[in-house]
Ligand binder design. Structure first.
Ligand code: 5AD
Ligand code: SF4
Length: 462
């Protein structure tokens, strides 16, 4: 009789980096013979993994409250193993084990491959860590800095076909004063280009059509080639139709990258370029090492080389010392630049960062009001920019069913990273457009006319 495979479930919080780390955790566990279960069966799994985010307090609180709910489950099912991975594991360390004694294993973002140790997996048999310094009374702690992470070629169980994430570098050396990432993900280290390209070629063979190169600051990528050089090599991989990258630091946005975005065929016309604030005083206090004029200069160069490029950004509202005048500078920056979209957050102090010791934070009500003003202004700008696309033809890569309504409609993305939904009626029109049914599947690229623009999506027709 076949032996039932042990099962695992992963709950992921946070950014694309974390979701990709979860794919790797999943790949490593699957390699060891475990089977992943869907959301509905989480409570029945033999191993539950939380992959956590520490970037703002809210994400951390959400995880802690979900973890708390497992206390009772563990009592009912003592055989259940609970592992915590990611930035909160790294940040809280052993304190997490004191607060939540029912947790069996913690592993920081640089040690995700070790998570399965609590399950006594085949991978661990020869590994001295399994019974050595990292194990105490059956609990495992993996928090050491791991500079080898960039040469580890871990398997990944990817879920997002036709799109795939590919890590090109790990960690961050920038130490922006608000940011926990340099403390949790460690020093910047780059993966050699050979392994990256091999992975992209393999993805193409497996039927993936779009790759997003991932790193905290991809512009400072440097191994045997620099970042534009890596993009040029990726652009030549057969079978891949689109290449994207996140995320970029404005200071390191080089002329070579600006040229690559304009010139490379598969590299999409979109850049996420976090501004954080429109005030030079605040930017200096954030240790961003650029001023607003530098940033604006880069935007102008990007738009000159690639007219129609879409630009998105991150903004923090209510940073310590932010005056009304600083806030107005950010408002006017949004008006002047006209981003395609922004992610704006209220400042959240993170223990251990430099800004956590800045004691001149605006009142919480003030930060909330400022965040609201930024979002309201951007809503108008986004809608206006999307409306300008009405009537235009856009190259759309189909990703799957429109998530909001299920199987009846399809959804895809423009090269500029805007979501386009279109109905099955539009598919029926495919014959007229000279397309076969097989052409309208995830991964294929179609030309759609934009018939209606909304703030968060466009409506298209073949
Ligand atoms: N508080 C609020 N927002 C933050 N970010 C990073 N750290 C903090 C913090 N402590 C935001 C930045 C960054 C994005 C990923 O998260 O805008 O670009
Ligand atoms: Fe954090 Fe700044 Fe590094 Fe981005 S560049 S991860 S904001 S320290």
């Amino acid at each position: 009789m076949a032996v039932e495979k042990k099962t695992f479930y992963i709950r992921t919080f946070g950014c694309q980096m974390n979701f990709h780390d979860s794919e790797r955790i999943s790949g490593v566990l699957a390699r060891n013979g475990l089977r992943e279960v869907p959301d509905g069966e989480a409570d029945l799994a033999d191993l539950i993994v939380f992959n956590t985010c520490a970037i703002r307090e809210k994400a951390e609180q959400k995880f802690l409250s979900e973890l708390g709910r497992l206390r009772g489950l563990k009592k009912r099912r003592p055989g259940l193993k609970i592992a915590v991975a990611g930035c909160v594991a790294q940040q809280m360390g052993r304190e997490l084990l004191r607060k939540a004694p029912f947790v069996d294993c913690i592993a920081g973002p640089q040690n995700i491959e070790l998570l399965g140790h609590s399950m006594g997996l085949p991978d661990c048999n020869d590994n001295p860590d399994c019974n050595g310094k990292n194990a105490r009374r059956g609990r495992f702690v993996f928090l050491d800095e791991n500079q080898d992470i960039s040469s580890l070629e871990l398997p990944a169980a990817r879920k997002g076909k036709p799109r795939a994430w590919v890590s090109i570098m790990y960690g961050c050396d920038n130490f922006c004063t608000y940011c926990i990432v340099p403390f949790t993900r460690g020093r910047e280290t780059c993966r050699p280009s050979g392994g990256i390209l091999e992975e992209i070629r393999r993805l193409a063979d497996e039927g993936f059509r779009e790759v997003t190169l991932l790193g905290q600051n991809v512009n400072s990528y440097g191994s045997d080639v620099d970042f534009p050089g890596l993009l040029a090599m990726a652009d030549r991989v057969d079978g891949i139709s689109r290449i994207r990258f996140v995320t970029s630091h404005p200071r390191d946005l080089s002329p070579g990258l600006i040229e690559a975005i304009g010139g490379l065929e598969k590299l999409c016309e979109h850049i996420h370029l976090p501004l954080q604030s429109g005030s030079d005083r605040v930017l200096a206090r954030m240790n961003r090492r650029y001023g607003f004029a530098d940033y604006m200069g880069k935007i102008e160069q990007l738009r000159r080389r690639t007219p129609g490029i879409s630009i998105t950004t991150d903004i923090i509202a209510g940073f310590p010392g932010e005056t009304e005048e600083d806030h107005v500078a950010t408002i006017s920056a949004l008006g002047q630049i006209e981003f395609d979209g922004i992610f704006a957050f209220k400042y959240s102090p993170r223990p251990g960062t430099a800004a956590a010791s800045f004691h001149d934070r605006p009142q919480p009500g003030v930060a909330t009001r400022r965040l609201g003003e930024l979002l309201a202004l951007q809503d108008e700008i986004t809608l206006r920019k999307n409306k300008a696309l009405e009537g235009s033809l856009q190259e759309v890569m189909i990703e799957g069913p429109d998530a909001s309504v299920g199987g009846k409609r399809l959804s895809g993305r423009t090269r500029t990273n805007k979501i386009v939904n279109f109905g099955t009626a539009a598919c029926e029109g495919a014959n007229e457009a000279g397309l076969r049914e097989a052409d309208i599947t995830p991964g294929s690229v179609v030309s759609l006319k934009i018939i209606k623009a909304r703030r968060h999506s466009l409506e298209g027709r073949l």
